[in-house]
Design a protein around this ligand. Structure first.
Ligand code: DX5
Ligand code: ZN
Length: 226
């Protein structure tokens, strides 16, 4: 099954994003963490930064919105040309309507679940989304430890995706490294966000290749249906 490695620029040098993106140009998508100091206790950047990144990025943008009121703000990121826009289930008023609006604008629509948010209510709604993001840390900060307790959600999602025949990407985000990526791949993930493990590496591009190889060799057996 296709494996995607998406470096998170949260761990990059904030005054050199253009060259930082070039250092990881062998990635599949560039993961951009938008935080508003309300939904999470941290603040990054917003739409103006994404519009500028869109002009210089060598790979499509994978936007992760950790913000309140995504129903109001998420469509702007799709309009800016983002390839994928993922909002949090806990913050959305009407997740299905919002996902439909994002798709109408031309973006892939993703829904993210914090570690404590159950996945069951979404298993029958998979046709409405292009990606489900299972957070493997509490959202808000890079550099935290991978929570293996979230893996059963991936198993449920992988079976539901295989049964449905839909092409829904299953993303994990938080604490993904060469030590943990195999666990998430075995559980059913196919799309991996990695911040500190990529940008702290001496050679970030080589680290991406290593992560991709490890994920491939641990890929879930039902993945070929996804
Ligand atoms: C955390 C962010 C992640 C973060 C991951 O809330 O959503 O994308 O950058 O960083 P690492 O890989 O360092 O855990
Ligand atoms: Zn993220």
């Amino acid at each position: 099954m296709p494996i995607r490695i998406n470096p998170s620029i949260l761990a990059a040098d904030f005054v050199n994003f253009e060259s930082e993106l070039q250092r990881v140009a062998n990635a599949d998508l560039m993961h951009i963490d938008i935080m508003d100091n309300h939904f999470v206790p941290n603040l990054t950047f917003g739409l103006a930064m994404v519009e500028r990144l869109q002009q210089v990025t060598p790979k499509p943008l994978d936007i992760h919105l950790m913000i309140d009121d995504p129903d109001r703000w998420a469509p702007g990121y799709a309009e800016a040309g983002a390839f994928s826009v993922t909002f949090h289930a806990e913050a959305a008023r009407d997740a299905v309507s919002l996902a439909r609006r994002l798709r109408d604008i031309g973006a892939r629509a993703g829904i993210a679940l914090k570690p404590g948010t159950p996945v069951e209510p979404f298993l029958d709604l998979l046709s409405e989304f292009d990606q489900v993001l299972v957070m493997t840390v509490e959202p808000g900060f890079g550099g935290q430890s991978f929570m293996e307790s979230t893996m059963p959600k991936l198993g449920l999602l992988r079976s539901a995706v295989a049964k449905s025949g839909l092409d829904v990407w299953l993303q994990v985000d938080g604490g993904i490294s060469d030590k943990t990526i195999g666990i998430a791949a075995e559980a059913g993930a196919d799309t991996f966000v990695a911040g500190s493990s990529v940008f702290a590496a001496e050679n970030p591009a080589a680290q991406i290749d290593l992560l991709r190889e490890l994920a491939r060799s641990h890929a879930h057996p039902h993945g070929e249906n996804a």
